[in-house]
Design a protein around this ligand. Structure first.
Ligand SMILES: N[C@@H](CCC[C@H](N)C(=O)O)C(=O)O
Length: 285
């Protein structure tokens, strides 16, 4: 174990990450180290950790090494790993570009994740990521205290449950300090739960949705990219559209979800690197 580790801090619409540069996978990253780094009082504080490692050097990335040099080793704040992180991919891509570790070619910058290779395209301040196609697959329910909300299960590589609020229940009033209830029969690996209400029309989009999210492994976050993708997929489906654009407003800002005419799904939003530093690993534990 190294005593001191360099880190960068970044976020995408307020979904924040500690980024660890570990090209050859030398760092002994454990669930307890991740949880300590993400601790907002005793550590750096973040919703998750992104380890920047060569695909060839990580067991979960090796299969993608021919297609993507870099593997996003994503960890939730509680030290669990997840298959996908939509905001993380943008922040990870921003990091690769900023540090000259990769170039933004015309086909986009490939990033390997546990649910396959995605591609990031840089458009000024925004980064647009060609995500895997979200799969809307089952009806289910989410509960908050005594309230039950009908929802739809969506697989974005990681699991999501998109639940619309009843009339009269305000999005800004629901209590997400505790985890919403869900059916473990539908989600044996746990689930990220998105609560939604429709928004006013937004120019240039087909649908507008407000959402809050309770993330598996990270509790309520200001934003969840894969959650926005799931919400966008449900919004277009409910509108009877197979292509179109959805503006998804989260507490941390706006993400755009687009299903294009070629059947590809895109997630677009900002990604910012805000700090670098050195952490004393012994002091953390
Ligand atoms: N915030 C992320 C999702 C991170 C993973 C999630 N908590 C899970 O366990 O599946 C995003 O932007 O997609």
């Amino acid at each position: 174990m190294m005593d001191r580790v360099l880190f960068t801090k970044g976020h995408g619409t307020g979904n924040d990450f500690v980024i660890l540069d570990d090209h050859d996978g030398a760092l002994d990253l454990t669930p307890s180290l991740v949880a300590a780094l993400c601790d907002r009082h005793r550590g750096i504080g973040a919703d998750g950790v992104l380890r920047v490692v060569r695909s060839a050097k990580h067991p979960d990335g090796a299969g993608y090494a021919a297609e993507a040099e870099w593997f996003m080793d994503y960890w939730n704040a509680d030290g669990t790993i997840a298959e996908m992180c939509g905001n993380g991919v943008r922040v990870f891509s921003r990091y690769l570009l900023t540090h000259d570790l990769a170039a933004a070619g015309p086909a986009g910058l490939p990033v390997a994740t546990r649910s396959g290779v995605v591609r990031a395209v840089f458009e000024g301040d925004l980064i647009s990521v060609h995500m895997r196609t979200p799969e809307v697959y089952a009806a289910s329910t989410a509960t908050i205290g005594p309230l039950t909300f009908p929802g739809i299960a969506v697989n974005c590589g990681n699991p999501h449950l998109v639940a619309g609020l009843h009339d009269g229940v305000r999005l800004d009033r629901i209590d997400l300090h505790v985890a919403p209830g869900y059916d473990p029969g539908v989600f044996p690996e746990g689930v990220n739960v998105e609560f939604t209400t429709p928004g006013e029309p937004v120019e240039g989009t087909d649908r507008h949705v407000h959402m809050r999210v309770y993330e598996r492994g990270s509790a309520e976050t200001l934003s969840c990219g894969s959650g926005a993708l799931a919400v966008g997929a449900v919004a277009l489906r409910e509108a009877g559209l197979t292509e179109g654009r959805v503006a998804v407003d989260l507490p941390g800002g706006r993400l755009l979800v687009t299903a294009d005419g070629d059947g590809r799904w895109w997630l677009a939003g900002p990604a910012v690197l805000v700090a670098t530093g050195e952490v004393d690993v012994a002091a953390l534990s």
